[in-house]
Design a protein. Sequence first.
Length: 163
Amino acid sequence: MKNSRIISSIIIVLAFVFPALLSGQQIITTSGGNGSGAGGKVSYTVGQVVNNIYTTASGSVIEGVQQPYEISEETGVEENEEMNLTITVFPNPTEDYLMISIKDIDVQNLSYKLFRVDGKKITNGKINGNETKIKMNDLSPAVYVLKISNKNKDVKVFKIIKN
């Protein structure tokens, strides 16, 4: 009699605890997939109804709806100590055009190149003044890379988001 009570108690506890230990889909999504690149791999979904932020020393991930646009300046270009350069690229994200605003340098030797993220060059041109306008309205919505060069040496690289 005592053994049957213990067994019944164990079964009841397992009936309530075991389902909680199983993991299952917690959201209903409309789409999703997997992506990978040089920086790692990611799984994504579209249509999440929750919002969480996960942060570590190496970066952060935001899941959920209403994702903010990432506006960042890419690193990896050596700083030139001889050049005091201020470059602003706006609006980012953009729809129709992109403005390059340059201060504190003679623009005589400056040029730009716009690339797709796969490396294909889209357009290039010479920077002729303190403000240069790049037409973006005929490009597909995507992420692009803008390189600013001085005498064919990259001095600034920007990630551009086209809506």
